[in-house]
Write a protein that binds this ligand. Structure first.
Ligand SMILES: Nc1ncnc2c1ncn2[C@@H]1O[C@H](COP(=O)(O)OP(=O)(O)OP(=O)(O)O)[C@@H](O)[C@H]1O
Ligand SMILES: [Mg+2]
Length: 311
């Protein structure tokens, strides 16, 4: 190994991504990502399905090997073939949509196994660290429970506590609340909000726009394997510059809104309707609006337009 993240100075960025490319076979999925995350920053990553958000996070902790480019964690080049991947991963905690807890281990055992194996902590020390982190997520009284005995929100909080027990330099969250029943989302977001306030460096893929606006220092909008917009949360979510971000945000923020152009889809045109004899292709298949066409609700640029459902 050409250096260790442990020995890197504390002043530089926590993560520095330059020209990151990732292809699966011949299919390019990340097409040149540049991103810097400073100490204590909370960067929320948003974008349509398939835009490469998960792949980006998975490259950051080397669950995927980048095809090209550079990722530095605390100044150490992670794509260096000599790098100790297991060691690097201990510095980057990751929480997934599915909680990935060991079903046959108790909550306490879930939190201590990697501490013992990877960090070589004594049983007493690992237990103490685990208990401290379970207290942070409000589950100190469930140490002896098995995952199946916990709600989804509780399991996700255990997963967060487990990642924190490795003393990571940063935390990655990939849609941590999207598999949860709505009433369980708030508790998990509250834990993440506390974590952000405690100064943890975080990258969070999320569709929770209220959370991104409240907690995110910056929002990155990805589309088609590229960073299309990056800036303060209020700007990217409240007043996106690109049409693609506007369309995406409009859909996310108004999931039940009916597009003007879709209103005509509910029933075929009847004799006498202006559209009845319209030539085929006049509105396009499905009557979709073109990008830049009118949107129900009069556009999503205005800050006041964003429904904030802070939980
Ligand atoms: N292991 C893989 N092998 C082949 N293709 C993959 C693999 N992982 C991801 N992809 C493809 O890469 C693209 C980006 O996927 P990714 O999961 O990063 O998107 P995403 O932005 O996280 O989407 P979502 O919002 O649905 O989670 C998709 O087209 C996906 O099919
Ligand atoms: Mg994903």
């Amino acid at each position: 190994m050409t250096g260790t993240a442990d020995s890197a100075g504390p002043t530089g960025p926590v993560i520095e991504i330059r020209g990151l490319h990732k292809s699966f076979g011949d299919t390019p999925v990340l097409k040149g990502i540049d991103l810097t995350v400073g100490a204590g920053d909370v960067v929320c990553v948003i974008g349509p399905s398939g835009s490469g958000k998960s792949t980006l996070l998975r490259c950051v902790n080397l669950l995927e090997q980048p095809t090209a480019g550079s990722i530095k964690l605390l100044g150490v080049e992670m794509t260096d073939p000599d790098v100790d991947i297991d060691r690097v991963r201990t510095h980057v905690g990751m929480v997934f949509q599915s909680f990935n807890l060991f079903p046959h281990k108790t909550v306490l055992q879930n939190l201590t196994v990697a501490q013992r194996k990877v960090l070589r902590r004594s049983a007493a020390e690992a237990d103490a660290v685990a208990l401290r982190n379970l207290e942070h997520v409000g589950l100190a009284d469930r140490v002896d429970a098995y995952p199946a005995q916990l709600s989804g929100g509780q399991q996700q909080r255990v997963a967060i506590a487990r990642a924190l027990s490795m003393d990571p330099a940063m935390m990655l969250f990939d849609e941590p609340t999207s598999a949860l029943d709505p009433e369980l989302v708030g508790d998990v977001l509250a834990v993440m909000r506390d974590l952000a306030r405690s100064g943890m460096t975080m990258m969070v893929v999320t569709h929770e726009m209220a959370f991104a606006r409240e907690v995110g220092d910056r929002v990155v909008f990805m589309d088609d394997g590229q960073v299309m917009e990056e800036g303060p949360a209020a700007q990217v979510i409240g007043a996106p510059r690109t049409e693609r971000a506007r369309v995406f945000l409009h859909r996310v923020l108004n999931p039940t809104a009916v597009e003007e152009s879709e209103l005509g889809q509910t029933e075929p045109p009847q004799p006498g309707d202006p559209d009845y004899l319209a030539p085929a292709g006049g509105r396009g298949p499905g009557g979709r609006t073109s990008p830049g066409g009118p949107r129900a609700g009069g556009g999503s640029e205005g800050e006041g337009h964003v429904p904030l459902t802070v939980r």
